[in-house]
Design a protein around this ligand. Structure first.
Ligand code: BJ8
Length: 435
């Protein structure tokens, strides 16, 4: 990475502490990503993005800000990028995925709290995340209790807007969410001084849909029985979609898709034949949280799909591009976003349907239910998901974990047993069909 110290200083960062963070990431990434065999060549762009994670993109954001643009940071896929863009602002995802930020988060929050929230608060309060330092406005949402209360702490450090997300999906909730979209529109307009017109929203709806479509194309390649890409690499691409320049991201991910489609034709498989195919479901994995994928893929499994907010929930479902008025567009946005099946909703049967559907579409052999520690909504929802999957004869295992690697050995043992069980089931099925 080039020398960005002057830039980081201008963002009022704690440089000494930040140096420590910069020291660990390259080795961590190298061990997890660069040791993989037979990676698609087009992943080089994403290697480069990670190598410049606190550099080049931050420089681009600084240049945009010099030209008068505003940067809006968010923590949830319910925050509509389309509106942010149509108001002339740049949206970036800010969820903290590193253990590095936990001690600073714990200075403000109880220890028995979800690591995503602690790391997000720690990233801001430690002054070591240049993305946080670049944001002119943070947008929170009323999803889980932990997040709701964390906004009250973050707003002491940076301007904050909170979107009131309903927790049910009735007509009155949809109307309320449409209203929230309008309030958010007014808020970003105030920030940028630019009006959101129907034409601008038309453009941003099409652009964000295009980004979803390229991610859908990437995910489609993972349905192939010969897997042309690892789950780790696919996860990385989705994670980078949260803060890369949208047009460039679409172009670079299209290149990956083209290569993967060629690989499928040629029968390239980055895993050994008969590797158990795993669908992951649960809480989001913010960069650089690659823990569960890495453990699965270094211990005999392959991740073929994620029913998470860094997976299918962010890329499925397009916003209707054919509304004729600004109000109609707001309703279309509200409808698409309320289609996301987050465990903060009650009831949330749609998520179970999604998991079963994705399991079949991706030819999975088992489901790993991954919940960040102390995430009550996802932990409680496991019971219903497990019952439904067992009824379908789908093997499922739950992992509850944080960002530390202390439990890696224990998780590995459980994964090995789970994969063995899947393999035994498969052999029994084969015997039954040959009889
Ligand atoms: S739509 S999953 S991004 S809320 S893991 S902070 S829920 S305690 S992140 Fe999420 Fe939006 Fe839902 Fe997705 Fe709370 Fe649970 Fe932590 Fe979570």
């Amino acid at each position: 990475m080039a020398d960005y110290r002057e830039l980081w200083e201008s963002l009022d960062m704690d440089l000494e502490k930040h140096d420590k963070l910069c020291e660990v990431l390259p080795e961590f990434y190298g061990d997890i990503y660069l040791t993989q065999e037979n990676r698609p060549e087009s992943m080089n762009y994403f290697n480069f993005v990670v190598s410049e994670i606190h550099g080049l993109r931050i420089k681009e954001l600084a240049e945009l800000k010099d030209d008068g643009k505003k940067v809006v940071g968010s923590f949830c896929i319910f925050v509509p990028d389309e509106i942010t863009m149509a108001a002339g602002a740049v949206g970036i995802g800010l969820c903290g995925g590193s253990d590095f930020w936990i001690p600073d988060g714990e200075k403000y929050l109880p220890r028995n709290m979800c690591p995503l929230i602690k790391a997000s608060v720690g990233a801001k309060t430690s002054g070591t995340c240049p993305y946080f330092q670049s944001a002119d406005l943070l947008v929170g949402e009323t999803t889980c209790d932990g997040k709701k209360k964390a906004w009250e702490i973050l707003e002491e450090h940076v301007p904050m807007h909170v979107m009131d997300l309903p927790q049910m999906k009735r007509k009155k909730d949809k109307d309320a969410w449409t209203d929230e979209m309008k309030i958010y529109k007014d808020e970003v307009e105030k920030l940028t001084g630019e009006e959101v017109t129907k034409e601008k929203l038309d453009e941003s709806i099409k652009l964000v849909n295009k980004k979803r479509k390229v991610l859908q194309r990437l995910y489609n390649a993972r349905k192939s029985l010969n897997l042309p890409i690892s789950g780790k690499d696919a996860l990385l691409i989705t994670q980078i979609s949260f803060y890369d320049d949208t047009e460039r991201f679409i172009e670079k991910t299209t290149e990956v898709c083209e290569e993967l489609e060629r690989r499928i034709e040629e029968g390239v498989n980055v895993f050994k034949e008969d590797t158990p195919r795993i669908l992951i479901t649960g809480t989001p994995m913010a960069v650089p949280n690659w823990k569960i994928h890495h453990l699965i893929e270094s211990n005999g499994g392959a991740v073929v799909c994620e029913e998470t907010c860094t997976g299918s929930r962010v890329l499925e479902g397009l916003v209707d591009e054919n509304r004729e008025t600004l109000d109609g567009q707001m309703e279309a946005l509200s409808e698409r976003y309320l289609g996301i099946n987050c465990a903060c909703f009650t009831p949330n049967e749609g998520r179970i349907d999604d998991i079963v559907r994705l399991y079949k579409e991706y030819n999975a052999d088992g489901v790993i239910y991954n919940s960040l520690s102390f995430c009550h909504t996802y932990a409680v929802e496991y019971k219903k998901v497990k019952e439904a999957l067992e009824k379908e004869g789908i093997p499922v295992m739950m992992i509850e974990s944080d960002y530390s690697l202390q439990d890696a050995g224990q998780i590995t043992t459980r994964l090995e047993a789970f994969f063995e069980m899947i393999e035994n089931n498969k052999s029994k099925e084969e015997v039954a069909t040959t009889k």
